[in-house]
Ligand binder design. Sequence first.
Ligand code: NAP
Length: 493
Amino acid sequence: MPARVCVCIRESTCEKALEALANACQWADLAEIRADYIEDLDVRGLLRQKPCPVLFTLRSRSEGGEYAGAERTRLETLIQAAKAGADWVDVEFSAYWQGVFDGVPKEKLILSYHNFDTTPDQLELLADEMASSGAGIVKIATTAKSLSDNLKIRRLLGHAAAKGTSLCALAMGRRGIPSRILGPQWGSWMVFASMPGGSATADGQISADNLVHQYRVREISTDTEMYGVVGNPLGHSLSPQIHNTAFLARGRDAVLLPLEAESVDDFTEFCGEVNVRGACITIPYKRELCSRAASLSVEADRIGAVNTLLRTGQGWHGANTDVEGFLKPLRKRTRISRKKAVVLGAGGAARAVVYGLTSEGAEVCVAARDPARGRDLAASFNAESAPWDRLEKLRWDLLVNTTPVGMSPSADVSPVAREWLTGEWVYDLVYNPRETKLLTDAASRGCKTISGVEMFFAQASKQQLIWCGAPVPENAMQDALALALDPIDRRDK
Ligand code: NAP
């Protein structure tokens, strides 16, 4: 059965809630009205005009909601809503509801349990107890502390299916996002989403348009290929937008999920049960996952870091598309050989940059705020190093920023003083915003500039090639990237 998508509506007046309900119909099968946020609540008036099936919820403060009135009034309001046409009402397992809701048909009752701290073991016992207490549908929402907590939700849903229980289960928080996207395929009775452009009602909630169009929640099946972007934290990653658009344009039944893992072992445990076919790897796991791969591309082996994984019969194959991604926009514009290049920073991306530049015959000097780190990196690739406080003394044809300085939301800073920008080319790896302060300063000093967006695009295209082969749907990917970056650029202007 296709996923049942429920949009959560969090508005302060009945009028706004009705407007949102009408809007929600385009993505949702039903909408949850969070009546605890409504200040002029008129239960009958609201439900009389509902344009789609409605779940009515009046969450108390002790359960993470806004309702601060008497408990008895709260339960009476829920009963009133059930009688006035709500298709379902949500009542907490912890409430004194038994005996009180006798007049409400069982199939209208969603009995809920929320845990805002953790995802406990033994959720199956809890689900059985809740199911036996007379509600038609059970909802269990926990908090994911690790990526593997999603597996507890998956097992719980398997258990409920075997018992014939209608269960909606999910893990809240950023690490629980896979349970929100894969939940329906694992058997969840419904999946919650936030109103596009509105506020989420729970941590980790995905907006309904993204859930339906980007993650294709209604189409995911056991045949769908799984990919992930793996890192910690993952807040800044645009990989889901660009890769899911590419899969769609190829007509490939595949989805890429955000997989925020607390460790490499956490990711490995998740992959033990969910068949992840490929992954983009980001901070801080590029080096550790390199050492765990069964085979490596030449670049990944030389750099000692992977940003791409592909599952093979022997285990993970690791590649590093940052090198090609970095070089492509530069090669297009100029000859790299014999250029004097200064690379700012000595982290994971700097390794790919220094390797790429030295292999093309550039003379590279690494400047890092941690001089020992800069020296180590330079020594690995036959480059020079210089202390950060001597930057002003260096002369260059190409300056490459590999530090995160200037990245949104701290877009008003540059890693170097404007007066020092006297060379020919400035390349900033930071891609959000597109035009960083460093690039704006450089252009105003007459330098030619390259934005990190070009590298991001080129390295993602190479990942698509590794996972799915040619041709790569570049136009669709460009459009998706522009769409994702526009709001960031507007905000940082
Ligand atoms: P990383 O491994 O954490 O390395 C960051 C480097 O920047 C480290 O050397 C760090 O120094 C240095 N640094 C951090 N803050 C600094 C500051 N305020 N002043 C001077 N140096 C500072 O991160 P990464 O993976 O290399 O990524 C770095 C940046 O490149 C990020 O913004 C990332 O988004 C971007 N990137 C872009 C692409 C693309 O496709 N465009 C690809 C990869 C990365 P310490 O070692 O002293 O902390």
